[in-house]
Design a protein around this ligand. Structure first.
Ligand SMILES: CC(C)(COP(=O)(O)OP(=O)(O)OC[C@H]1O[C@@H](n2cnc3c(N)ncnc32)[C@H](O)[C@@H]1OP(=O)(O)O)[C@@H](O)C(=O)NCCC(=O)NCCS
Length: 186
């Protein structure tokens, strides 16, 4: 069981979150994505993204988005990002998924990443549960997420109770990849 503390992220956490995201992304997708993808994925772009996300999450009293970090002795070990389900978009955002009728109360876990040295210690479960709890408190009806087929995280999501509800393919630098959408009760 992990002893990390889970807390809302601030803008000042952006560099540490970006580091975790970058390292985990390379570690996870290095063998799954075509190499050109990594030329376009920079530490700087991740830092900007998470600074902006934290600013929105902290800036509005009833924000519909949240960013949580898992921290152990002042070191960010992982994070989870949450918000409304992006209808018609998977992780790659190609907009091909049919838009369901009841759409606006669905929640999404947009991203969950741990530092590569911290896997399989229960930290993912703690962050996942905190994210699910936040979506429930924020009034969302369920939680959905997209995961690349072939990512071992699929086993994690299944073990967290995820039900496969959608699947689609997308093109990335001339390679066809697929991703799956899992749904969770809150
Ligand atoms: C996915 C991720 C957040 C899971 O966090 P974690 O701390 O490694 O997982 P936990 O230790 O909490 O695992 C909980 C349970 O999930 C299952 N599980 C987790 N990872 C698994 C794997 N690679 N293979 C099989 N089962 C797995 C197990 O049942 C595990 O329980 P156990 O360890 O008692 O057997 C983490 O592995 C990660 O950051 N991966 C890289 C980034 C990534 O792919 N993110 C998701 C993008 S969609």
């Amino acid at each position: 069981m992990s002893k990390a503390v889970i807390r809302p992220a601030n803008e000042a956490d952006a560099p540490a979150i970006a580091r975790v995201h970058f390292d985990s992304w390379v570690d996870t997708y290095g063998s799954l994505f075509p190499p050109r993808v990594f030329d376009e994925f920079s530490l700087e772009s991740r830092e900007k993204l998470w600074r902006r996300t934290a600013a929105v999450a902290r800036g509005q009293p009833a924000s519909r988005i949240e960013l949580l970090v898992a921290e152990d002795v002042d070191t960010v070990l992982g994070f989870v990002s949450l918000g409304p389900f992006r209808e018609g978009e998977g992780g790659q955002g190609d907009g091909t998924m049919a838009t369901p009728a009841v759409a606006n109360d669905r929640g999404e876990l947009n991203a969950i990443y741990l530092a590569p040295t911290c896997l399989r210690r229960g930290l993912g479960r703690s962050l996942f549960d905190a994210g699910r709890g936040w979506l429930r408190e924020a009034g969302f009806a369920d939680m959905r997420l997209w995961v690349l087929t072939g990512n071992p995280a699929v086993f994690f999501y299944r073990s967290m109770g995820g039900m496969l509800v959608d699947e689609k393919t997308f093109e990335l630098h001339g390679i066809t990849l697929s991703e799956q959408c899992y749904r969770f009760d809150l």
